[in-house]
Design a binder for this molecule. Structure first.
Ligand SMILES: O=C(CO)COP(=O)(O)O
Length: 250
């Protein structure tokens, strides 16, 4: 039985004060939820404060990025061990915004996932196709490449802490969600890829979550699909009422 995993990716939003206001509102509205894993990913500068505010709550903390080395001459970068020290349980890796805007490649993303696994941290591993790739029937090829390259040489034991996020790029921030069938087809395909890489029992345990314009009014239908185990929410995670409704999907 896969526990639903609902994560809010705050992207480049919210000062420390705004982050704390959002967290206080969210803590109150989801305090009775026990059957779902709830995660928020603030900006780096708010991690320590949000971590303190989350102590004793049912919400976990994620960072939005990491560098695949623990220490060294890497100006401006942050390592998995420092993120763990700051209170993080998860790190988002491979987000399409970083792939597209910052040129992150599959091997680099793979190195981050292995570094996180080595530190015992979870990864929220994002994959997904562009609109052009979908329209030219390349979606499954793209997902195949991203999954096999991103999870190369990742130990099967680490998969218990890795959540795969299917985020079709054309659905991110556009208000255009993948249909329930489109999302379910992609998720079932990804689960099959995981089975090929790690075997049936691992594939059945890994949470595969959907991201791309998830809102209070479409979450219930998405979550009703067999292979959709949660959501990675951008815009709607910045409003406590919307995110709390998404967490408490029907
Ligand atoms: O990129 C996303 C989450 O990582 C999705 O963003 P939106 O929910 O704003 O479409």
């Amino acid at each position: 039985m896969r526990k639903p995993f609902i994560a809010g990716n705050w992207k480049l939003h919210n000062t420390v004060r705004e982050s704390l206001e959002l967290i206080e509102a969210l803590k109150t509205s989801v305090k009775d939820v026990t059957d779902r894993e709830i995660v928020v990913a603030p900006v780096f500068t708010a991690l320590a404060s949000v971590s303190r505010a989350l102590q004793g709550s049912n919400i976990s903390l994620a960072a939005q990025n990491c560098y695949p080395a623990q220490t060294g001459a890497f100006t401006g970068e942050v390592s998995p061990s420092l993120l763990k020290d700051a209170g993080c349980d998860y790190v988002i890796v491979g987000h399409s915004e970083r792939r597209q805007l910052l040129g992150e490649t599959d091997p680099f993303i793979n190195a981050k996932i292995r570094a996180l696994a080595g530190e015992g941290l979870g990864a929220i591993f994002c994959i997904g196709e562009t609109l052009d790739e979908r329209e030219t029937d390349q979606t499954l090829d793209v997902l195949h490449t991203q999954v096999t390259a991103g999870l190369k040489e990742v130990p099967a034991e680490a998969m218990a802490r890795i959540v795969v996020a299917y985020e079709p790029i054309w659905a991110i921030g556009t208000g255009r969600t993948a249909s329930e069938d489109q999302a379910e087809d992609a998720h079932a395909f990804i689960r099959g890829l995981l089975q090929g890489l790690f075997g049936l029992s691992v594939a059945q345990e890994v949470r595969i979550i959907y991201g791309g314009s998830v809102k209070p009014d479409n979450v219930d239908g998405l979550m009703a699909q067999e292979d959709i185990d949660g959501c990675l929410v951008g815009g709607a995670s910045l409003k406590a009422a919307d995110f709390s409704r998404i967490v408490q999907f029907a």
